[in-house]
Design a protein around this ligand. Structure first.
Ligand code: ASC
Length: 128
């Protein structure tokens, strides 16, 4: 699937970068930094939900060296990493469902929950 370890690293970082950009656009609305736009929230949440499924195929063994902050625990504690990644995928799925309702309070709540699942993996599996 990936020719070289660097390709896998680039791929997953790219997916996370684009996901963070779109997640952040919802966050800006959730935090009142930009006016709420239900259609924009919906479109951003859909992108986040799709992207959330991509990076984890690229945590191939041997890709903890080079331009990455991935901790070895990703591979030594793979079950916990998998659980954390699934929690994030589920949470952004709920954010996507909330965005479809167009209800800002629901979006705010789901955004907060999703952010916690991002942070949990960063705390456990990402170097400073
Ligand atoms: C973001 C983003 C993350 C998460 C995380 C939540 O907007 O880019 O990585 O939220 O900061 O704690």
């Amino acid at each position: 699937q990936f020719q070289k370890p660097e390709d896998a690293i680039k791929y997953r970082k790219g997916a996370f970068t684009v996901m963070a950009a779109h997640f952040g656009r919802i966050g800006a609305m959730a935090q009142g930094k930009v006016p709420f736009d239900a259609a924009a929230a919906q479109s951003n949440a859909e992108i986040v939900a799709t992207l959330s499924r991509l990076p984890f195929t690229a945590f191939v063994e041997g890709t903890d060296k080079g331009e990455t902050r991935a901790k070895p625990e990703i591979w030594t504690d793979a079950a916990k990493f998998k659980e954390g990644s699934q929690a994030m995928i589920d949470a952004v799925g709920k954010l996507n469902a909330a965005a479809k309702t167009g209800n800002l309070d629901q979006i705010k709540a789901a955004f907060g929950d999703a952010g916690k699942t991002c942070k949990a993996c960063h705390d456990n599996f990402r170097k400073e």
